[in-house]
Design a protein around this ligand. Sequence first.
Ligand code: ATP
Length: 306
Amino acid sequence: MTSGEVVARAPAKVNVHLGVGPLRADGFHELRTVYLAVSLFDTVTVRPGDGLSLTLSGEGADGEVPVDRRNLVWRAAELLATFAGVRADAAIDIAKKIPAAAGLAGGSADAAAALVALDALWGTRADRSDLAGLAAQLGSDVPFSLHGGVALGSGRGEELSPVLARSRWDWVLGIAGEGLSTPAVYAELDRLRADGRVPDGTDLAPVEQVIAALRGTEPAAVAGALANDLQAPALVLRPGLRRALRAAKDAGAAGALVSGSGPTVAALATDESAAVRMAAALAGSGLFRTVRAVHGPVPGARVVPA
Ligand code: ATP
């Protein structure tokens, strides 16, 4: 147990490949996804407290993100306390840079950061695999937010196989003013499939090509392997995303796709200086609320100096 504060940060993710299988009996879809952790971080600070309290600043602080037990961080704290047999006593602050409901797993990043920060504050001695088990109970993307780097996700996304890929990939994230609800995007995919307008998902696309490309150094190879089954339903719900994807290509992207359930557009740059130029062009296009140049892979949730 530490007496002072503990600070942890966790990254956003981009799904470089997202294959969505048919709806399962438990209401989830079978996924096959390749996650990449990118350099846009939320920071969670925890201090000793009496019971749980939560404050939030930055993205979503206008009321979009709840600061009560509906927040994934609150649930993470209760889950870890129960697991460790300690009282859930902590004052928690979230400094959010990852926009909410953007397809960047911001809530999952916060939950993963809270797990590692509270583990240190409470001295629970949970090991990495204990934390991964708790993360999987909190949400499909939380184990990856904990893990970081590059990983293949299956099941609901929570079953991870690490992928060793050391090359640096530069991206520009084009973030919209209004988020998209992940369940609404999945529901639209189910509708498109029922109408026969997109493939039914029985044959999940292979991921070997994208993994090989990420292990290499050719942006064109990664660009050629980008895929997201949620892009078609996201485009139905947000027709303006078509222009946003085109703008990314016009600005020099090697490739672009909708990140996860959207509406963020992730545009792959050929190198770091190309990313800076592309970010400036996309910021000037007026199509996005915010534009961020990021790179990946970066590590998952970590305690950092206070
Ligand atoms: P994913 O890519 O995993 O589908 P997302 O990035 O689209 O997720 P999040 O930002 O993780 O979406 O959160 C979606 C919703 O979850 C928010 O609209 C909010 O109501 C709720 N939520 C609960 N806790 C948090 C949190 N700590 N940060 C953001 N959203 C949270």
